[in-house]
Design a protein around this ligand. Structure first.
Ligand SMILES: *Cc1c(COP(=O)(O)O)cnc(C)c1O
Length: 398
């Protein structure tokens, strides 16, 4: 079957938009020789921390680096255990796993697909060092319950807020609850910094210091603060001053460039508007699909500002008449609409089968893996495109 003419930008599922302000910012930084970790980065960090309500923010090369550095920042060691959800992008679990930690998955809530707090405590062992709640699809986890459990057991909470920049729980922004908050500005996320980018937020000065060091080779050169090795007077007598850069330890290079940061500052100013348009578009999709039998539409918790990074729908193959695979295939080939599947549960993947996991271990996540699809959503969608999307989903009913 030939793919029909692509209609209404619905082949591109997600992402945001850039305007003339971003174009100008790129040119302005380019004319200053496009530095890395310069004034634009410092500015973006200040604005981002203020937006989230944290003391510090540090920009990084991507969301994976934000998660990895958070694990380094809280001191994750080989043999430690980290609790997270199987319903996420692999980066969430890979950060701790690549540092030698064991991952303990916990099943998710059947309405929000976020970590189910009621199932966390049974997974805690003396080796458990962190819980990584993922604010999935744009909606925060039940943070009161998660922080209470973590607090009672002395475990760090690291938020994976990659889906939920600008989202909130009880009026507080995602990324301001845990020891750190991790953000991605990948091209598909709610705000973007030229394809790749990320941010770590924290209000803990010690964790911030470690993250800042390991992000850039454990050297203290950043912005205006510089610390070099003290003068070795035995080798270099007074008067013949010789300074060299010192490194506290071996670290990494997960820096962001100033061109990305300058674009990030502008995207951050537009973020609330992008998110309002997503929320509005999601409401229109929900309105249009509400009466279709066999579809479980997104549930918005009253205490959350859900910023709809994705629009998840669970298909009941009996009541709706089509299963997930056929739905994805037919939406693409008959309607030109690209439907996603976020996510293949991590316990199904080869990476975690090697670690003793397999399908069937987490019933709610397993069912989501079999039945959950994600419809296109982004701030650029026109009402016409949304109505075409609704009509297309309705046309699939068996
Ligand atoms: C995108 C994403 C990441 C990783 O971010 P990158 O910038 O792609 O490295 C981590 N966790 C979740 C839930 C994500 O969606």
């Amino acid at each position: 079957m030939a793919t029909p003419e692509i209609k209404h930008d619905l082949y591109i599922q997600f992402g945001n938009e850039y305007g003339p302000e971003e174009e100008q910012a790129v040119i302005d930084v380019l004319r200053k020789n496009a530095p890395t970790s310069g004034a634009a980065c410092v500015q973006f960090e200040k604005e981002f921390a203020a937006y989230c309500g944290t003391t510090y923010a540090r920009c990084v090369s991507n969301g994976t680096a934000a998660l990895f550095l958070s694990m380094v920042g809280i001191g994750i060691q080989p043999g430690d255990r980290v609790i997270t959800t199987p319903m996420t992008w692999i980066a969430t679990a890979a950060a701790a796993a690549t540092l030698g930690a064991e991952i303990d998955f916990v099943d998710v809530d059947p309405e929000t697909f976020n970590l189910d707090p009621a199932r966390i405590e049974e997974k805690i062992t003396p080796k458990t060092k962190a819980i990584i709640p993922v604010h999935l699809y744009g909606q925060c986890c039940d943070m009161d319950a998660i922080l209470d459990i973590a607090g009672r057991h002395g475990i760090a909470v690291v938020e994976d807020a990659c889906h939920t920049v600008g989202g909130a729980y009880k009026g507080r922004k995602a990324g301001s609850f845990g020891v750190t908050g991790c953000f991605s500005f990948h091209e598909q996320k709610n705000m973007a910094t030229l394809g790749e980018g990320g941010m770590i937020t924290t209000s803990n000065p010690d964790v911030f210091e470690r993250i800042a060091l390991y992000r850039s080779h454990c050297t203290r050169v950043y912005g205006t603060s510089t610390k070099y090795c003290s003068l070795d007077e035995t080798r270099f007598p007074k008067g013949k001053r010789f300074w060299w850069q010192d490194f506290d330890d071996t670290g990494y290079n997960f820096r962001m460039t100033d061109i990305q940061a300058a674009v990030g500052s502008i995207q951050l100013r537009k973020l609330d508007d992008f998110n309002q348009r997503r929320i509005r578009n999601a409401a229109r999709i929900t309105e249009g699909l509400r009466d279709v039998p066999g579809l479980q539409l997104p549930v918005v918790r009253p205490e959350c500002l859900h910023v709809f990074h994705l629009y998840p729908v669970v298909l009941d193959p009996e009541k709706f008449g089509v299963n997930k695979e056929d739905f994805i295939y037919r939406m693409l080939h008959e309607r030109g609409v690209k439907v996603g599947a976020h996510y293949i549960p991590l316990h199904w993947t080869t990476a975690f089968r090697k670690r003793g996991y397999g399908p069937g271990q987490f019933p709610v996540a397993d069912q989501a893996g079999e039945r959950l699809v994600t419809l296109p959503i982004n701030p650029r969608m026109t009402d016409e495109a949304i109505d075409y999307l609704i009509e297309s989903v309705r046309a699939m009913q068996g």
